[in-house]
Design a protein around this ligand. Structure first.
Ligand code: RTP
Ligand code: MG
Length: 138
């Protein structure tokens, strides 16, 4: 099992001033930040990142939102990183997220839900490489 996952702090949480608080929670939960950058996705790049959802009814909205402002991308390291990080962020819809999770604390809605977390080791590797070169992935 890989010990890495990939995350983005989404445009809502960046615009609302939550970058620091979210990185703090990530560190406090035992994740090491292995790579970090602030950037902005074009609609084309956001569509490529979420291409797996192309046929879903929310795809257009998702792409528009993810390209609407700056995001913070990071590769995180910890034992059992993918599963433990999904637990830390909570359910996709913040209304269903456990108390204390990042989405419960900082997400506005299912569409504007503050953070992304990879759903498998394979996708963590693909998504990390989408944003970071080999040189940047320490
Ligand atoms: P993410 O990929 O962003 O970490 O979120 P996730 O795994 O918890 O959820 P996923 O099923 O991969 O969906 C990706 C993003 O699409 C938006 N979404 N909207 N309106 C809706 O019913 C709906 N369903 C999903 C969410 O913003 C979700 O994070
Ligand atoms: Mg997902």
């Amino acid at each position: 099992m890989s010990n890495r996952t990939f995350t983005m702090i989404k445009p809502d949480a960046v615009a609302n001033g939550h970058i620091g608080a979210i990185l703090e929670k990530i560190n406090a939960a035992g994740f090491r930040i292995a790579a970090l950058k602030m950037t902005r996705l074009s609609a084309e790049k956001a569509g490529e990142f979420y291409a797996v959802h192309k046929e879903r009814p929310f795809y257009g909205e998702l792409v528009e939102f993810m390209s609407s402002g700056h995001i913070v991308a990071a590769i995180l390291e910890k034992d059992n990183a993918v599963e433990d990080f999904r637990k830390l962020i909570g359910a996709t819809n913040p209304a269903n997220a456990e108390p204390g999770t990042i989405r419960k604390l900082y997400a506005e809605s299912v569409g504007r839900n503050a953070v992304h977390g990879s759903d498998s080791d394979e996708n963590a590797e693909i998504e990390g490489s989408f944003f970071f070169s080999d040189l940047e992935k320490f």
